[in-house]
Design a protein around this ligand. Structure first.
Ligand SMILES: Cc1cc2nc3c(=O)[nH]c(=O)nc-3n(C[C@H](O)[C@H](O)[C@H](O)COP(=O)(O)OP(=O)(O)OC[C@H]3O[C@@H](n4cnc5c(N)ncnc54)[C@H](O)[C@@H]3O)c2cc1C
Length: 286
């Protein structure tokens, strides 16, 4: 069991990991690419006289974190559960890790799917959260859009409510290591239609198929998905934290773009450091 698992390998997550590891907490950092890797020309970060490339900054930041924390892995987290005050984190390679605390440092991203009218039917047949909304589709016909392990995981969760589930890869090949126990449909979707609620999927060739619900589970879960599934409180599109950087869930902390109104590398690094320090205090207390 880890003392803390940090989800996110951006400036916030790595910064927190440096503090928790240097305080001898058994720390695991899980994540993939960060926003700073998209940045080619950073001119406003302390300590550099010339502008810096985001990829290079990430590389040196990761090197520093590796010098004190040996457990940094390139996985995607597809599920977080809280079982009797122990966090269980499922990753894409199907490994499950347990920890006493979690730091969410997953940045500000949200999965968007390019299908006409998706936004229009959000909350009216289109959902981003199986845990929150699966219940409303008991014994109904639902589609799960996506082609990854995350998609399969979400479809499996919906089996609690209905057997009539269709994985819709939207023209992409299924890229999973998990077995799909439901129908897989690889046709490209053009739009969705309905009067008050979603009623039809319209394929690229204009053919329509009736559906009661559509769940979006493309790529991997983002901050927004974790918020919905775990019931994390938010305010003005930011995760709500107390003065110790803890969310409304005991033992779950948050840092970086997902708590900062001013979204910068410097503020992400700072909030990661503060969250790290508070995780150390929390682990000593509990
Ligand atoms: C184009 C662009 C230019 C920018 N320019 C500047 C600039 O010049 N100066 C500046 O200060 N800031 C700049 N920023 C903002 C800055 O990049 C962010 O504020 C900063 O990266 C936020 O850090 P973070 O650690 O909170 O999140 P991120 O850097 O977004 O890191 C999030 C981490 O979470 C991981 N993650 C997400 N979901 C999962 C999951 N399910 N499982 C596992 N891991 C997951 C990601 O892989 C990543 O490692 C720019 C941003 C962009 C997009």
């Amino acid at each position: 069991m880890f003392d803390t698992i940090i989800i996110g390998k951006g400036p916030a997550g790595l910064s927190a990991g440096i503090y928790t590891s240097m305080a001898n907490l058994n720390t695991l950092i899980i994540g993939k690419d960060s926003e700073i890797e998209k940045t080619t020309d950073i001119k406003n970060y302390f300590g550099f006289s010339n502008s810096i490339n985001g990829k290079n900054l990430k590389k040196t930041g990761t090197k520093k974190a590796f010098s004190v924390c040996f457990q940094i892995i390139n996985y995607i987290v597809i599920k977080i559960e809280n079982v009797d005050n122990v966090f269980e984190i499922t990753t894409t390679n199907h490994g499950i890790f347990q920890s006493k605390t979690i730091l969410l440092a997953t940045g500000n991203s949200r999965n968007k799917v390019q299908i006409e009218n998706i936004d229009k039917f959000e909350g009216r047949g289109v959902s981003y959260c199986t845990t929150c909304d699966g219940f409303f589709f008991r014994n109904k016909k639902v589609g799960v859009i996506g082609n990854t392990n995350y998609t399969i995981n979400e479809a499996d969760e919906l089996l609690n409510y209905t057997q009539n589930i269709h994985i819709l890869t939207n023209g992409k090949p299924l890229e999973t290591t998990l077995r799909a126990d439901t129908n897989v449909n690889t046709r490209k979707i053009g739009s969705i239609e309905g009067e008050q609620r979603l009623e039809y999927i319209v394929y690229d060739n204009g053919e329509k198929e009736r559906f009661d619900g559509l769940f979006i589970a493309i790529n991997y879960p983002t901050t927004t998905d974790f918020i919905k599934k775990l019931g994390i409180e938010t305010k003005n599109n930011l995760i709500k934290i107390n003065e110790e950087y803890m969310t409304n869930i005991k033992g779950m902390f948050a840092a970086g773009d997902l708590v900062n109104e001013f979204k910068q590398i410097s503020t992400a690094v700072a909030s990661g450091a503060i969250a790290g320090k508070n995780i150390i205090k929390y682990c000593k207390r509990n």
